[in-house]
Design a protein around this ligand. Structure first.
Ligand code: SAM
Length: 246
């Protein structure tokens, strides 16, 4: 994981470093490296060098908006500029959610995307044929980045994008065929109580963003609200849980 911080005093930086080292002692966050950036380094855009065309599942193609690519006949193209929001497709959790969406979305499906980030899952769902997507995120910056991607890909008319989460978001009485939440085990625990009422009979709840160590916490969050787990998938150190009504 890479984070960019504004110029900080040495003392403030030391506090942050202690915090990260403490966090590393309870969860394996890998080696901590801190590096000052040059004033003239374009840190807002440097990451773009590592974001190239990505194929997911059978037909999904994630295309950064600044890359030229001629789509092949079966491609389902997801064009994206995530800006500083999460969601390029490269993270194992996003990748797993994209695979699950490709399997589950049917023409006209209704989809709830909790924690939309860059909007990648919403764009993929719409391009796979969803008839409506409600996309929510607690981070207003992410919602704005996602809305830009909805406009860019011509799907805004299919999407209700909002700052916030469930419960609370204006879900307009929809009964969703698919609810996807790529957040975290704790986030799943927070949103899970709202899911059974929002999920259609026969619908699927795709819960991701769960580190393997938090498997039990996420499983119990889903079981506790009466949903039945159908499948648990693992990609690298991350799991994705598919569940539905009994
Ligand atoms: C890991 S990113 C996922 C982004 C994108 N959906 C993807 O799959 O790549 C998680 C996003 O969820 C948002 N988020 C975290 N907890 C949330 C919650 N309880 N409700 C709504 N959004 C949440 C964060 O602000 C962040 O943008």
């Amino acid at each position: 994981m890479r984070s960019y911080l504004p110029s900080l005093s040495r003392q403030r930086l030391a506090h942050i470093e202690v915090g990260i080292r403490l966090a590393s002692s309870v969860a394996d966050l890998g080696e901590l490296q801190i590096r000052p950036l040059n004033d003239n380094e374009d840190w807002r855009n440097n990451w773009k060098q590592h974001f190239t065309l990505l194929r997911v599942g059978h037909n999904l193609v994630i295309k950064p908006s600044w890359i030229d690519y001629e789509a092949q006949p079966d491609d389902v193209l997801v064009e994206l500029d995530p800006g500083l929001a999460f969601g390029t497709g490269y993270h194992p959790t996003t990748y797993s959610c994209l695979e699950a969406l490709e399997e589950k979305v049917r023409p006209g499906s209704t989809v709830l995307d909790v924690g939309t980030g860059s909007g990648i899952l919403t764009v993929a769902a719409a391009k796979l044929g969803a008839g409506h997507v409600t996309a929510v995120d607690i981070d207003g910056h992410a919602v704005r980045a996602a809305q830009r991607n909805f406009r860019r890909t011509g799907i805004s008319h299919l999407v209700n994008a909002q700052s916030g989460s469930v419960p609370g978001a204006a879900t307009r009485g929809y009964s969703y065929d698919i609810a996807v939440a790529n957040i975290s085990a704790r986030g799943i625990r927070m949103v899970a109580p709202a899911i059974p009422d929002l999920l259609a009979v026969g619908g699927v709840f795709i819960a991701s963003g769960i580190i393997v160590d938090q498997h039990d916490e996420a499983v119990s969050a889903i079981n506790d609200v009466g949903l039945v787990i159908g499948e648990i998938r693992q990609k690298e150190d991350w799991i994705t849980i598919l569940s539905g009504h009994k």
